[in-house]
Design a protein around this ligand. Structure first.
Ligand code: NAD
Length: 330
């Protein structure tokens, strides 16, 4: 039913059939991801799957009723995993909400157990799909899923710090008045408290940030301002959750952006979370680093210039993540 029409209107970058994205979990995040993908036309077909039948059907219908105003062709929802069959990209958001004050790492145990039950079923219906995990703690969930699935590293990745990077660029943009799209700065490492903003390689346009001079508020990008901004990035999820119970719109757009990079084979540099193999001396852990994202999924991981402090921060982030993964038996 999904593949009958519009083959030429919606060429897929994948395997000669219209592109299809499956979003698992129709909660605050999953619905925002599906809505963003539909609005942007990131795939011809977008399906939502959730164990809550009434909710997932209602959410899908609500988005589908707006298809006329989007470049997207179909939106469907079901509690049956069968709806995922034939997907090019599976985006997993199923899980429990991060409660106010709870760290992402505290969520780890129960969430990994949930993945042990749902991931094999998804792999069964979409064995060739790329898998993107958003469920927190995203780096641990991604690593666990990669081990559960036993597939090459490119096929499984997490949304990592794509959202955090976007938050950082937003704050630098506000400080300088320069468009967010022209701020080139990356947040890397754990999506969480130990993440590392790579200030030493940050540029505005092509001006190194340390040469920028006074900002709109008359400050310089000295260590105080950098620390303030980086802390605001790390704390913003807690703040938003306190105010509205979840973060969803910006992660929805972040995920849609990653999805497009995969489905259109864009080879964009994005700070997704993937298995690192001797990256800056770090191995056997999934965490965020600037990575080429295209049809293959997670491609080459770039090696930006790092200060010693940045490198130490990343090593510590990896150590923390590896310790949690080991505690959970991975
Ligand atoms: P939510 O509670 O609103 O939605 C979760 C949904 O998952 C629910 O609808 C639930 O029914 C569904 N679900 C539970 N078990 C399922 C199963 N076995 N199969 C299918 N669906 C199932 O939560 P949310 O606010 O949407 O957050 C989802 C996850 O995303 C959380 O782990 C959250 O921490 C994470 N998150 C990650 C980022 C990031 O940048 N990585 C950003 C925001 C949120």
């Amino acid at each position: 039913m999904h593949h009958m029409t519009a083959q030429t209107l919606y060429p897929s970058g994948t395997e000669g059939h219209p592109s299809k994205i499956a979003v698992i979990g129709a909660g605050a995040v999953g619905t925002a991801v599906a809505y963003a993908c539909a609005m942007r036309g990131d795939a011809r077909t977008i399906v939502l799957q959730d164990i809550n039948k009434k909710k997932v059907e209602a959410e899908a219908l609500d988005i589908a009723h707006g298809i006329q105003f989007t470049p997207c062709g179909a939106v469907e929802g079901s509690d049956d995993v069968e709806i995922v069959r034939g997907s090019d990209l599976v985006i997993v958001t199923a899980g429990a909400k991060q409660k106010p004050g709870q760290t992402r790492l505290e969520l780890a145990g129960s969430t990994v157990n949930l993945m042990k039950t749902i991931v094999p079923n998804l792999q069964n219906v979409a064995p060739h799909a790329r898998f993107m995990f958003i469920t927190n703690p995203v780096d641990i969930v991604t690593y666990a899923a990669l081990k559960i699935m036993g597939v090459p590293r490119n096929q499984v990745f997490g949304s990592g710090t794509v959202l955090d990077t976007s938050r950082l660029r937003y704050l630098v943009s506000r400080e300088t008045g320069v468009a967010t799209q022209n701020i080139h700065a990356y947040v890397t490492g754990e999506h969480g408290d130990s993440e590392v903003a790579l200030w030493s390689s940050a540029e505005i346009g092509n001006v190194p940030i340390r040469h920028w001079g006074p900002t709109l508020s008359g400050r310089l990008f000295d260590s105080d301002l950098r620390k303030e901004i980086a802390e605001e990035v790390t704390q913003s999820a807690y703040k938003i959750i306190e105010g509205k119970g979840a973060t969803n719109y910006a992660i929805g757009l972040s995920a849609a952006n990653i999805a497009r990079a995969v489905l259109r084979d864009e080879n964009r540099v994005l700070t997704i979370s993937s298995l690192l193999e001797d990256w800056e001396g770090i191995s056997d852990v999934c965490m965020a680093a600037p990575t080429i994202v295209g049809r293959m999924g997670a491609g080459r991981v770039l090696n930006p210039p790092l200060t010693l402090a940045e490198r130490d921060g990343l090593t510590e982030s990896a150590r923390r993540l590896r310790a949690v993964a080991q505690e959970l038996g991975f």
